[in-house]
Write a protein that binds this ligand. Structure first.
Ligand code: PLP
Length: 291
């Protein structure tokens, strides 16, 4: 069961709402145009991970849409209320905590904002254990479009995820589990809901690589936290540009994100890529240190 808590000036700790009843106006621009921003974060033992990073990224997504962003001091009590209510219903099960902010009902001129807490889908554990068959799909933009065309909102986490979901359905129809988008000029970008990370181990030197943000990808909070933790353990870090050959030649490729954490890629377009249990365990342990 999903727990809903709306941000509401009359309720300083947020207003709990019934997720089985209609709660949103049918004219809400989040629903009619996907005009809004969101975040998904993982909560373990009643504690939401990387809240500061998620609120910071959401604020910058909101700024890109010229959307007023409620202060962290308004979100935080609502998150706490949602997690307390979730614990009352689900005990100490981990939760997906979503923060949603839309432009609000047409003509109202005030945003709608709420927190949703729900159980973590079982598929996330399976994908971490079994790994992913991935397709490379062309996103159709070149890797310099983000700066040239800021209205595309590349790099913002908007509610317009229909394209990302369509790419995942396309992969599933073609026997794969997930997608790595490429740019029209052949650069590796990101997954529809994840950041791409690869590892190269040479002469005992371990390097983690990820595509550069300038290519129009979302700045991943998990990637950023993993890189900071890995650097402390002596890993070298690198930021693109990457091409599919780099993925094929790597010692390991992962899709990483806040909920699924770190899932190894086992094939790309039907060609096997090495899956290292040792590297996966080492990086997964580093991700677990990120609270
Ligand atoms: N890239 C995209 C497009 C995403 O939707 C997500 C998360 O949903 C990520 C990357 C990973 O971001 P994070 O690690 O902050 O969850």
């Amino acid at each position: 069961m999903t727990v809903l808590v709306f941000l509401d000036p009359a309720y300083p700790a947020g207003r709990i709402a019934d997720a089985s009843k209609p709660q949103l106006m049918a004219t809400d621009l989040g629903a009619t145009r996907g005009d809004g921003v969101f975040e998904s974060m993982l909560a373990v033992d009643g504690h939401a991970r990387k809240v500061g990073m998620h609120l910071e990224r959401m604020a910058s997504s909101a700024a890109a849409l010229q959307l007023d962003f409620p202060a962290p001091q308004v979100w935080e009590p609502a998150i706490a209320t949602a997690l307390a209510e979730f614990a009352r219903v689900h005990g100490n099960a981990p939760a997906v905590v979503k923060l949603m902010l839309t432009r609000g009902p047409e003509g109202a001129g005030s945003p709608t904002a709420w927190v949703a807490a729900s159980p973590v889908p079982e598929s996330t554990g399976r994908q971490r254990e079994e790994g992913l068959d991935v397709l490379l799909l062309d996103r159709g933009y070149d890797s310099s479009v983000a700066e040239r065309a800021p209205w595309l909102l590349l790099g913002s986490k908007t509610l317009s995820y229909a394209v990302n979901m369509a790419a995942l359905r396309f992969a599933k129809q073609h026997g794969a589990d997930d997608v790595i988008f490429t740019s029209s000029d052949g650069k590796v970008l990101e997954g529809p809901t994840s950041t791409v990370v690869l590892a190269v181990v040479e002469d005992g030197v371990k390097t983690l690589l990820t595509p550069e943000l300038e290519s129009g990808i979302l700045p991943g909070t998990t990637q950023s936290a993993l890189f900071a933790a890995a650097e402390k353990e002596g890993w070298q870090l690198g930021y693109g540009p990457l091409e599919p050959t780099h993925l094929m030649q790597a010692d390991g490729v992962w899709l990483i994100s806040s909920i699924r954490l770190l899932a190894p890629v086992k094939s790309i377009d039907g060609s096997p890529v090495p899956v290292s249990r040792e590297l996966t365990d080492e990086l997964a342990a580093l991700v677990e240190t990120v609270l």
